[in-house]
Design a protein around this ligand. Structure first.
Ligand code: NAD
Length: 479
């Protein structure tokens, strides 16, 4: 297991040799110590990325494409090994971790496809005395700060397009899941990525983030994480006018109309809600179900949810692993207590589950009936295995209910009426809509949010755009 940081192609420790422990998410056992980097290390990472920039940006696109393809291939070859690391430090079931590795590889393939498409565009002018071009140039050195819920995919989404365009990168993973990032660093060395093109350091978030944002050489930050930290980074980015992509919290509505295939809606709700124990930014957070099918939906979802096996992600058949930390368990408990005090009823779950030899971080999949907007769970992102279900009547109320939030990442709608589906797609104020499906992520599509869920898109050609600075050239034409 790699525990050192990667700067300029060298494996390093923190300059002051400080480390911090990484724990197994299920058992709490210390898996490793990793460098606790600070300002000086963060600056070294920028030095290395700056030194590598000219060489990398001047490579021909097909060379960058080939490197991206070999990263994708290597990730797929080593899927099992990466999955085991993800499950150890994040806690999610092994097959979900393996799915995350595939999904990450897709980002590299998608960026490889786009790397060779990106090129100078000729622009038609109404004037005959000039010719116009737009040249895509890499922004320069870019930074990535990533969360723990997809320790590999959130890096892949940022590294793949950055490399495709010709940027060099400094990366800081979350404190609870640095080992996946360092395993990825090792893979980059194995495929002979030139030194300094990607630099990965672990350690003090504020010191590293503020060093990168104040340096002036870092021209862009792509951040995925909470809205609170995103706001803080946005303020810090102002001084050096650093370009931003912010993939922040979600609060997704999941709307089921009476004309929907209710069994399909229940199946979609189950997969969408309980992936990573409910800790994904696109998890349905507010279930809004039309009155005639309300009881059927609640009973069906509760029945399937109660059968999901809770346990250590390494164990066969487990669908619900631990939550990431004690605060997460507290948040889930307090949302349930608040909902019950305000009239909700617990149909299934509602309590912790003891798992032998493990921490007290496991929570039963929970369905709350009779949820209302006054409840905390309808106002805040839960990030846990709790599905509150409210009733509505009619399309106008569904739209109003779905949009009653400043967040705007994902939304889901189930109906058999195609015209209604299209009206809902247009009315829902969010960046991503799933229609008659609970799983929406795809590396070839523009993933991203609106409002408090942030801005910027990751995936496909939209992902590359975030790392591109277009240079417009206007040339006189003499006849
Ligand atoms: P977080 O904001 O606490 O941490 C995210 C990252 O930011 C970590 O690497 C952390 O070390 C770093 N960080 C924290 N404080 C910092 C600071 N002051 N300066 C610089 N970096 C700092 O979020 P989290 O708890 O790790 O992740 C969960 C959140 O991420 C949820 O809100 C979830 O919805 C969101 N998320 C969003 C998306 C998306 O695409 N929109 C995807 C995954 C997760």
């Amino acid at each position: 297991m790699e525990t050192r940081n990667l700067i300029g192609g060298h494996w390093c420790l923190a300059q002051d040799n400080r480390t911090f422990p990484v724990h197994d998410a299920a058992t709490g056992e210390v898996l490793a110590q990793v460098p606790d980097c600070d300002v000086a290390d963060a600056r070294d990472a920028i030095d290395a990325a700056s030194a590598a920039l000219d060489g990398w940006r001047s490579r021909h696109a097909p060379e960058r494409e080939a490197i991206l393809r070999s990263i994708a291939a290597r990730l797929r070859e080593r899927k099992r090994e990466f999955a085991q690391i993800i499950t150890a430090e994040n806690g999610k079931p092994l097959d979900e971790s393996a799915g995350e590795v595939e999904y990450s590889a897709d980002y590299f393939d998608s960026a490889a496809d786009e790397a060779i498409r990106l090129g100078t565009e000729v622009i038609r002018s109404r004037r005959a005395d000039r010719s116009l071009r737009a040249i895509p140039e890499p922004i320069g050195v870019v930074a990535a700060i990533t969360p723990w819920n997809f320790p590999l995919a959130m890096i892949a989404r940022k590294t793949a397009p950055a490399l495709a365009v010709g940027c060099t990168q400094v990366v800081k993973p979350a404190e609870s899941t640095p080992l996946t990032a360092l395993a990825f660093a090792r893979l980059l060395i194995e495929i002979d990525l030139p030194p300094g093109v990607v630099n990965i350091i672990t350690g003090a978030p504020d010191a590293i983030g503020s060093t990168w944002l104040s340096d002036g050489r870092v021209r862009k930050l792509s951040f995925t994480g909470s809205t609170a930290v995103g706001r803080h980074l946005m303020r810090s980015a102002a001084d050096q006018v650093v370009r931003l992509s912010l993939e922040l919290g979600g609060h997704a509505p999941f709307v089921v109309f009476a004309d929907a295939d209710v069994s399909a809606a229940i199946a979609g709700a189950l997969t969408g809600k309980f992936r990573v124990s409910g800790q994904t930014c696109v998890c349905p957070n507010r279930f809004i179900v039309e009155a005639p099918v309300y009881d059927e939906f609640v009973a069906g979802l509760a029945s399937l949810a109660s059968e999901l096996r809770v346990g250590c992600g390494r164990d066969e058949g487990v669908r619900i692993g631990p939550l990431i930390d004690d605060r997460a368990i507290e948040r889930v408990r307090s949302q349930i207590t608040d909902a019950v005090a305000k009239g909700a009823s617990i149909v299934t779950g509602g309590k912790s589950v003891a798992v032998a030899g493990c921490l007290d971080r496991f929570f039963a999949p929970t369905i709350l009936a009779n949820a209302t907007r006054e409840m905390l769970c309808f106002q805040e992102e839960t990030f846990g295995p709790v599905a509150p279900v409210a009733r509505f009547t009619g399309e106008a109320e569904a739209i109003e209910f779905a949009n009653a939030t400043p967040f705007g990442l994902a939304g889901y709608v189930y109906s058999r009426d195609e015209e209604r589906i299209e009206r809902m797609v247009r009315s829902m104020n969010c960046g991503i809509v799933g229609t008659n499906t609970g799983i929406i992520s795809d590396a070839y599509a523009p993933f991203g949010g609106r409002g408090w869920s942030g801005f910027g898109r990751e995936g496909g050609r939209w992902g590359l755009e975030e790392y591109t600075s277009w240079k417009y050239v206007c040339s006189a034409v003499t006849t």
